[in-house]
Design a protein around this ligand. Structure first.
Ligand SMILES: Cc1ncc(COP(=O)(O)O)c(C=O)c1O
Length: 363
């Protein structure tokens, strides 16, 4: 068996120890004679898996007791619709929401919200190809906006908010798909914090939504499809219908792995050290350039270019041959991107930098 260093933006690298444990349990989960893939989601065994996963996640993120945790299907995209459909149905809601546009995922979330509510863009970094985070200290947040929305880590462009926006008292909703569990977080600053798990947490097919209790509509929303409503899932502890049992099980294992790494503070230190290896080299290189304003750089997604598209293509080809996979930038921006999520070992980043140095010496 030989494993590559996988720099994919998602689905992405998972901790090897977790994959090994899952492999060991594949045919016979803890003596029950079947795989988790074959188990009823109504069984006590699965109930224990989901309960433990939620408890570990609450512990890791320090989720206050007035927040609910939902394990849902439909990915982050489903929440692009569910967020306005739920939050703008609360008693007294105006049906207005303000979005900060820092790239493709906030743009798509805004476009989806516009299908249902009066959603508008109040800041953007589109003028410089989303290579920075706009100043969010004094935004034109509407007096009666129901919420302010951000995509906190921009997977494609490699930017991250180092400071949360001043929402002027409005509820903050954040898509953290590509930075989930990568650093300590103060959940109480958010009304909703959510993401698809397939980047930093587990296998594709699951979104985790952490939502403050008072932001979940109480009643059945007659004009909103059941699967878009948070309340039925809250009442059923994420088991309103058959969930993605496998992904929940795998995420539970990743939560335990994160605890063994010193929790979110421990993994954050690891992520800082890894990113520094790559950014230090990018800053010193004559050939490669990072594309993001320094103060807004992501610890998770690192885009870079040579400035020559043919050379970029050669780099992607040769790096793949050297066992460094998925370094091609997103199809919308080109160049290269290294996603260095929690499970990427520092050795992987060191191997990438060694390869880049060698490539630079030759070209
Ligand atoms: C930040 C961010 N938000 C949302 C999405 C879309 O997620 P999903 O495919 O789970 O709908 C992605 C990437 O896939 C992403 O990187």
């Amino acid at each position: 068996m030989s494993r590559v260093y996988n720099f994919s933006a998602g689905p992405a690298v998972l901790p090897e120890a977790v994959l090994q444990e899952a492999a060991d349990e594949m045919l016979d989960y803890r003596g029950c004679g079947m795989s988790v893939n074959e188990m009823s989601h109504r069984s006590q065994m699965f109930q224990d898996i989901i309960d433990e996963a939620e408890a570990d996640l609450r512990d890791l993120m320090g989720i206050p007791s007035n927040y609910k945790v939902l394990f849902l299907q439909g990915g982050a995209h489903q929440q692009f619709a569910a967020i306005p459909l739920n939050l703008c149905k609360l008693p007294g809601a105006s049906g207005k929401a303000d979005y900060i546009n820092t790239g493709m995922w906030s743009k798509k979330a805004l476009a989806e919200a516009k299908r249902f509510i009066d959603a508008q863009e109040i800041a953007t970094s589109a003028d410089k190809t989303f290579s920075y985070i706009p100043d969010c200290s004094d935004l034109p947040v509407r007096e009666d906006a129901d919420y302010v929305y951000i995509c906190e880590n921009n997977t494609i462009y490699g930017t991250v908010y180092h400071e949360l926006p001043n929402t002027k008292g409005k509820i903050l909703v954040s898509d953290v798909s590509s930075m989930f569990l990568s650093q300590p977080v103060d959940v109480s600053k958010y009304g909703v914090i959510y993401g698809g798990v397939q980047k930093n947490v587990g296998p594709a097919g699951l979104a985790i939504v952490v939502v403050r209790e008072d932001l979940i509509p109480e009643d059945d929303l007659a004009d909103v499809p059941i699967m878009m409503q948070w309340r039925p899932q809250v009442n059923a502890n994420s088991l309103y219908n058959t969930p993605n049992c496998w992904s929940i099980y795998m995420c539970g294992k990743v939560f335990k792995w994160l605890k063994s790494q010193g929790g979110l503070e421990g993994i954050y230190q690891h992520n800082l050290a890894k990113a520094q290896v790559l950014y230090d080299y990018l800053d010193a290189s004559e050939l490669f350039k990072g594309t993001v304003r320094k103060e807004d750089r992501s610890l998770m997604n690192v885009p870079f270019v040579t400035g020559d598209t043919d050379l970029d293509a050669l780099f992607v080809k040769e790096s793949k041959a050297a066992g460094l996979e998925n370094l091609k930038g997103h199809r919308s921006v080109g160049g290269m991107r290294a996603s260095i999520y929690n499970a990427m070992p520092i050795e992987g980043v060191e191997a990438l930098v060694a390869f880049m140095k060698d490539f630079e010496a030759k070209h």
